[in-house]
Ligand binder design. Structure first.
Ligand code: NI
Length: 167
């Protein structure tokens, strides 16, 4: 268990496409554990492997809802999405910034878990948003790219709720 360094915007690793995971070995298990530690320590609700400098298709998500979270998604593929939600988003790799992003309100994703068992997951609201945000990271996409307009500085706001929802 270890906290890893979170890469921030400007680091080229965040703009690269990740590779498929073919086998979950000891190193990958360690990476997943570290990603959870790093995400929780930073009060995030999701983290993608490139955010800790690893170009592999792995994300972890914990929106703070009840079971069955938290989730590990390996090689995630969004199968279906519908509806629309417009809301605030932030990212651990863009510290201090937030913006408005329109995302599907529902997504169905297929992924492997940490034992390489295939599963499907449906998410709505915040979970749907987190899945989309993290899957974007695996393709080198940051929320700045898909935000409605310019990002804002969190320090300009009176109330801080948005910064607790970093991904
Ligand atoms: Ni992010």
């Amino acid at each position: 268990m270890a906290i890893r360094n979170i890469r921030t915007e400007g680091d080229a690793v965040l703009r690269k496409k990740c590779r498929e995971v073919t086998e979950v070995n000891e190193r990958i298990h360690e990476l997943i554990n570290d990603m959870f530690d790093t995400m929780y320590e930073a009060n995030g609700v999701g983290l993608a492997a490139p955010q800790v400098g690893i170009l592999k298709n792995i994300v972890v998500i914990d929106t703070g809802e009840d079971e069955p979270e938290p989730f590990v998604l390996i090689n995630p593929e969004i199968l279906k999405s519908s509806g629309e939600q417009t809301g605030e988003e932030a990212c651990l790799s863009l510290p201090g910034l937030y913006g408005t992003v329109t995302r599907p309100n529902y997504v169905k994703v297929r992924a492997y878990d940490e034992n390489m068992n295939l599963f499907e997951l449906e998410g709505e609201d915040l979970l749907a948003r987190a899945i989309c945000h993290e899957c974007d990271h695996l393709n080198g996409v940051l929320f700045r790219d898909v935000a409605d307009g310019e990002l804002c500085q969190a320090s300009d706001r009176e109330e801080d709720s948005g910064v607790n929802r970093k991904k």
